[in-house]
Design a protein around this ligand. Structure first.
Ligand code: ATP
Ligand code: MG
Length: 183
């Protein structure tokens, strides 16, 4: 199966983000927007894994979650990889919770590598992907016109997700949840 480890905003925050991004969605250029219920922060993409590898990733996530407390994420300004003029991935940055999510991703990386996983490629940068442009457009003006987002949530758990690729966008299924310390 295809799997990854992530943090999910609660449905009402996914809904709010989706609604607030309307200002970015006006154009007619081709772009694959992330479906509302799929909006998430990827901590680690695992790729195709068998049951044994999946269990090892789950153990790494459980160990990591036990070492970090719950924290607050505040979604921030939009950005793009590699940049706004050559955007292949549109995302929202973290105005809050970036340090905590980096610390969790670093612990996770250590726990995975200790179990024989190859180092993450590319290294972790906290962001919430919102769309994948299929044509070259300069997003700078629309980023500038986007009103500041109102989207914050508390992170209580990490999740192991199975991704089933489908033509209209992948379908995600939560395989296991790992409560953060004290949550
Ligand atoms: P789709 O591929 O249908 O557009 P998706 O990208 O949401 O949907 P997946 O490709 O299964 O679904 O990816 C799951 C998560 O892992 C996403 O957050 C995605 O950005 C991330 N991801 C996918 N491939 C890689 C990769 N090669 N390296 C790092 N992260 C990846
Ligand atoms: Mg993908």
């Amino acid at each position: 199966m295809r799997a990854f480890l992530a943090v999910f905003p609660p449905p009402e925050v996914q809904q709010a983000v989706h609604r607030q991004l309307a200002a970015l969605r006006g154009g007619r250029e081709p772009i694959a927007w992330v479906r509302r219920e799929n909006l998430h922060l990827t901590l680690r993409f695992l790729g195709e894994v068998d049951e044994g590898t999946c269990a090892a990733a789950a153990a790494a996530a459980r160990e990591t979650a036990a070492r970090h407390g719950a924290f607050e994420v505040v979604l921030g300004a939009p950005g793009a990889f590699p940049d706004a003029r050559h955007a292949r991935v549109l995302w929202l940055g973290l105005a809050g919770g970036a340090l905590e999510s980096r610390a969790i991703a670093a612990s996770l990386e250590e726990a995975l590598v200790a179990r024989g996983f190859a180092p993450a490629e590319p290294p972790f940068t906290p962001h919430l992907t919102v769309g994948r442009p299929r044509a070259r457009v300069d997003w700078t003006p629309r980023f500038a016109a986007l009103p500041p987002l109102q989207a914050a949530f508390r992170v209580h758990e990490l999740v192991l997700v199975e991704s089933v690729l489908a033509p209209g966008g992948s379908r995600y299924a939560v395989r296991e949840r790992f409560p953060l310390r004290g949550a």
